[in-house]
Design a binder for this molecule. Structure first.
Ligand code: FAD
Ligand code: SIN
Length: 519
């Protein structure tokens, strides 16, 4: 008989959003923390550049708000942005409380800068900020005896009755059994969907599971067309998904063509530190005009010891591939990096479904609008995890017992056609890269929509016939999320922020969100 678990709070995802939510919840609540892979795996672990906050006496909240709003291109929600920015110093303090040691310059934070910021305000731990955050939050979580960890457990679907969330069905990847997790409150903290693209800076976990589950549960999904492409991922046949942090440009790194000629001044006065949409499109244009495989990022003019001290991870990685970044320029290309849209929430992380919350990259809180400013994502994870946990803590006395029936696997068989799953996975990612990328057109979007609809039908058939597996769960979510991205992109008949359609190159006067809800 498959297991049935009962918890006060179920948290799906152990990135910075999930871990911080768990830590901030009252010690009186029983909490299940679920990860579909290793507990530390997820985008959070790989974050390099840092986390933004007003920490310098010459900086101020108004400027951080303004920079974020201006990057968001008319779709940023000012109230949500102000909330995030004003809570940023406290977010840094909470991380330090968990043991994160930010890089210091004498007694002050060493603050770096990245695209869109008009002031140095990015606190960091050399170039491994995410790793330090994850290791320290995880240590704190393990010390709490009200939190139970479930590694290698992948959520399939939320348990919904009368628009109220009762937990989730979750596949135990160790036993291949589907277990029911019944909870009073559920927090989705499953990260983004950049694996929908062939080339991405993200780890394998970013398959849009939370967005797809929430959509099927009738949550409001907002602004999915805004996929952020990071301008500089390492271009090398043996480097899978390795990012070259924007902080390297913040410290003066120049983008150049193979002949050493700089080009960003031709596109934007802020040159290498223009927001990411502008830099990624500029690189994409150079690659297409000159028929290049990549462009180059040059920091070699800096002293070798300085480079090794500030960017130790990048230095070592490149060195392992035969690139000495103190001598050679680094080959780079843009790749899918961040999902700006997602499950719509309010400032407490609440979705439109009762007792269901979404926090972190999976959520659309309004703080990123049409483009996310660098290093505002970890900040969003920490700030909104805290407000979500506080909201749940305030209601904990009214929790009621819930029930749900077991998963029924009596009508499905073991598949002998697993090749179908891997083929469709690959096809979706190629469609998205080729037709729904940095520069879009009506025709390419329509083609993508047509083929994704067919794939959706094929996946639905397969899902009904065969026993569930981790790859199948992700495939089902990947195609659903890809469709949401394309549907949103088609409905936006303008170019704004990260969404550029060459058939609608102008930005409309009125800025409106793209809102989707399953009927
Ligand atoms: P993640 O950290 O991605 O965690 C998702 C969790 O959900 C994982 O535990 C995963 O196993 C789990 N999960 C997913 N689906 C399921 C399921 N179905 N069932 C069970 N568990 C599931 N942002 C910044 O602000 N500053 C930076 O310097 C920065 N650098 C970055 C560098 C890289 C290489 C990348 C990829 C991103 C970077 N970002 C940065 C973005 C930022 O790291 C992410 O947006 C943020 O960490 C997301 O955190 P999260 O907790 O929402 O999701
Ligand atoms: C980077 O370090 O360039 C990534 C920062 C971010 O995604 O915010």
């Amino acid at each position: 008989m498959p297991k049935q678990h009962h918890f006060d709070v179920l948290i799906i995802g152990t990135g910075s959003a999930g871990l911080m939510s768990a830590l901030q919840l009252s010690g009186d609540l029983s909490i299940a923390l679920i990860a579909k892979d290793k507990l530390l795996e997820g985008s959070s672990y790989y974050a390099q550049g840092g986390i933004s906050a007003v920490l310098d006496i010459n900086d101020n909240f108004t400027t951080h708000v303004q920079d974020t709003l201006s990057t968001a291109k008319g779709l940023g929600d000012k109230t949500a942005i102000r909330f995030m920015v004003e809570n940023a110093p406290k977010a840094i303090a909470s991380l330090e409380h968990s043991g994160v040691e930010f890089t210091k310059d004498k007694d002050n934070y060493h603050l770096t800068t990245e695209g869109g910021h008009s002031h140095r305000r990015v606190a960091h731990v050399a170039d491994k900020t995410g790793q330090s955050i994850q290791i320290n939050l995880f240590k704190s979580v393990k010390a709490k005896n009200n939190i139970t960890l479930f590694e290698n457990y992948i959520a399939i679907d939320l348990l919904i009755k009368s628009h109220d969330c009762h937990g989730a069905y979750i596949l135990n990847k160790n036993t291949h059994q589907v277990e029911s997790f019944i909870s009073h409150k559920t927090i989705i903290a499953t990260g983004g969907a950049s694996k929908a693209y062939l080339y991405t800076s993200n780890p394998d976990t970013s398959t849009g599971d939370g967005i797809a589950m929430a959509y099927r549960a009738k949550c409001i999904i907002t602004n999915m067309e805004f996929t952020q492409f990071h301008p500089t991922c390492l271009y090398h046949p043996h480097a899978k998904s390795f990012l070259i942090t924007e902080a390297l440009r913040g410290e003066g790194g120049k983008l150049v063509l193979p002949n050493g000629k700089a080009f960003m001044h031709e596109f934007d006065g802020r040159e290498e530190l223009a927001p990411r949409d502008i830099v990624a499109r500029a690189i994409d244009a150079q690659i297409k005009i000159y028929g290049l495989d990549c462009v180059y990022l040059d920091i070699s003019f800096k002293d070798k010891n300085w480079i090794k001290q500030h960017f130790p991870t990048i230095y070592k990685k490149c060195q392992s591939l035969g690139i000495d970044i103190a001598i050679d320029a680094i080959p780079v290309v843009p790749a899918a990096h961040y999902t700006c849209g997602g499950v719509q929430t309010n400032l407490n992380g609440q979705t439109n479904v009762d007792n269901l919350y979404a926090v972190g990259e999976v959520a659309y809180t309004g703080v990123h609008g049409a483009n996310r400013m660098a290093s505002n994502s970890l900040l969003e994870c920490v700030v909104f995890a805290k407000s979500c946990a506080n909201h749940i803590n305030q209601q904990s006395t009214t929790l009621t017992h819930k029930k749900f029936s077991q998963w029924d696997a009596s009508r499905v068989a073991l598949s002998k056609e697993k090749v179908v799953v891997s083929h469709l996975w690959d096809e979706i990612r190629r469609i998205m890269w080729n037709f729904v990328g940095i520069v879009r057109s009506n025709k390419r979007l329509k083609y993508a929509q047509h083929r994704l609809d067919q794939i959706q039908a094929e996946v639905d058939d397969y899902y009904k016939l065969y026993l569930i597996s981790s790859d199948l769960i992700e495939l089902r979510n990947l195609v659903q999320t890809a469709q949401l991205i394309v549907q949103s992109a088609i409905s936006r008949t303008e170019s704004r922020g990260l969404h550029y359609n060459e058939d609608h190159p102008q930005q409309a006067q009125q800025a409106t969100n793209t809102v989707i809800k399953e009927s």
